[in-house]
Ligand binder design. Sequence first.
Ligand SMILES: Nc1nc2c(c(=O)[nH]1)N(C=O)[C@@H](CNc1ccc(C(=O)N[C@@H](CCC(=O)O)C(=O)O)cc1)CN2
Ligand SMILES: Nc1ncnc2c1ncn2[C@@H]1O[C@H](COP(=O)(O)OP(=O)(O)OP(=O)(O)O)[C@@H](O)[C@H]1O
Length: 208
Amino acid sequence: MDSLHHPEAKRALRLKLRRKRFELSKQEQRQAARRLCQQLKHLPEIQRARRISLYLPVNGEIDPTPLLSWFRQRNVDVYLPVLRPLSDNSLWFVAYHANTPMVKNRFGIPEPDTRFAAQRRNRLPAWALDTLIVPLVGFDAQANRMGMGGGFYDRSLAFMRRPGPAPALIGVAHAFQQVESLPVEPWDVPLSAVVSDLGVVRAGKKKS
Ligand SMILES: Nc1nc2c(c(=O)[nH]1)N(C=O)[C@@H](CNc1ccc(C(=O)N[C@@H](CCC(=O)O)C(=O)O)cc1)CN2
Ligand SMILES: Nc1ncnc2c1ncn2[C@@H]1O[C@H](COP(=O)(O)OP(=O)(O)OP(=O)(O)O)[C@@H](O)[C@H]1O
């Protein structure tokens, strides 16, 4: 949809989708999270991952954290995105376990604190992850994505444009965050798939 290339239209759509997910009840959120995680557990990119990142949901984002206990049982190492200090909108991926000291970042999202995150042994470069679970604001049937608009994931994943290790990127969202079509921006790094509470959309596939 060409009109969505206009920043104003994109902003309006982002606000609309964010408001809609913010209005879900606790019960709707719980059900969506359960259904999402059921789908994720069957995905090859999740099943084979030994090092994976997810996010702690805020403001109605669909909740991937019911997977944490499943990952722990399987000895999967779990990482969280952390706003990289003194950088323009890029992320670190920092180990998340029972003893990780947490603080809220400037967006109110809990993340490992700076001292912990600053230690090299506690974090991984994004290319060393097997799979990233990426929060979305919107997506379409081709698995194109719209995020919060900060470009955090796109900047942190820019290495994927070059040859070398390439983690699987799994976007997640509520099913109602699917829209007819989204513009692909030059800096957009393509997802492998988007998983919602109601199903899986694969990149490079038309909806049948
Ligand atoms: N749960 C979660 N964690 C995440 C992300 C996410 O989308 N969800 N991110 C994915 O990138 C990164 C953080 N990116 C963010 C980008 C913009 C805003 C945001 O709320 N922007 C407000 C302005 C707030 C302000 O300036 O104080 C806005 O647009 O209204 C939040 C997070 C890393 N961690
Ligand atoms: N690799 C990059 N290098 C420099 N700037 C970038 C890069 N990727 C994205 N940006 C910038 O980030 C801004 C946000 O991009 P966009 O609106 O596509 O965010 P988004 O994909 O929705 O957000 P997010 O990646 O945080 O989920 C754009 O202005 C874009 O110019």
